[in-house]
Design a protein around this ligand. Structure first.
Ligand SMILES: C[S@@+](CC[C@H](N)C(=O)[O-])C[C@H]1O[C@@H](n2cnc3c(N)ncnc32)[C@H](O)[C@@H]1O
Length: 231
């Protein structure tokens, strides 16, 4: 049985229906059977075991990194797999995501989340602490969502093709400052930029068109830079 604040419906009342078909809830409210989008899987079907990167940040990070079909992407840590799902969707069957996750229990959940989306074959998850190094080379873009990225940017940089971007997501400004010091000290990261995204949804009501009264405020900072040869 699927239950909601508008009424319930048995799964048998939905199963086998064509996408877009109307069905009736127990209360008589008419609803529709919709094909889930990636964002629906992330927000409603993924089991969450960690803090996640929210859609407002995921989209911009993927765009900044220029991820596209065929790309080889490195990611640490995998956590719940929100970012992994976005990246694996974009790189397609010709590309691949090499992910590091130190917690085996989290990796197991992330794998199950990705399997439900049908994209697990595009992802290799290694149960390892990225601080001990990575074995990949010729990576097109790297993403870090771990608490201490300044300890690993040097080693991650060396896995990247020169000129490739590295994107780091950090919840606090203190972490951003530590990372900036490290990037500048290393000298092999250029075009360093820091972003924060704010997304405001509107009430789609022509008689009372205005922003919704609730909003996700702070999530984190996005630190962008590009790796270059520093010889
Ligand atoms: C905030 S979660 C990542 C969430 C993920 N980006 C998402 O959108 O679902 C951070 C993850 O990094 C992992 N982690 C922390 N330090 C790590 C390290 N040094 N190497 C590998 N994984 C690490 C943690 O176990 C945790 O699962």
């Amino acid at each position: 049985m699927f239950s909601s604040d508008k009424g319930c419906i048995s799964h048998d009342g939905i199963r086998g229906k064509e996408w877009g078909t109307p069905v009736m809830l127990s209360t008589g409210v008419r609803v529709y059977v919709l094909k889930p989008l990636l964002i629906d899987y992330l927000m409603h079907a993924f089991k969450r075991v960690t803090q996640v990167i929210y859609p407002k940040d995921l989209g911009y990070m993927a765009l900044l990194a220029g991820v596209r079909p065929g790309y080889k992407v490195l990611e640490a840590g995998i956590g719940t797999g929100f970012l992994t799902a976005v990246l694996a969707t974009i790189v397609g069957d010709e590309g691949h995501i090499y992910g590091y996750e130190v917690r085996e229990d989290f990796a197991r959940v992330a794998k199950e989340n990705l399997r439900r989306l049908g994209i697990l074959h595009r992802v290799t998850i290694k149960i390892a602490d990225v601080r001990y190094g990575v074995s990949e080379e010729g990576i097109d873009a790297a993403f870090l969502d771990i608490p201490n990225p300044w300890e690993v940017v040097d080693v991650i940089g060396k896995s990247l093709k020169p000129s490739s971007p590295i994107l780091v997501f950090l919840p606090t400004a203190n972490q951003v400052i530590k990372l900036l010091s490290k990037l500048k000290e290393l000298g092999s990261f250029i075009d360093i930029r820091v972003f924060e995204t704010l997304l405001r949804e509107y009430q789609p009501d022509e008689k009372a068109f205005r922003p919704l009264s609730t909003m996700i405020a702070h999530t984190g900072y996005i630190v962008f830079s590009r790796y270059v040869k520093n010889t």
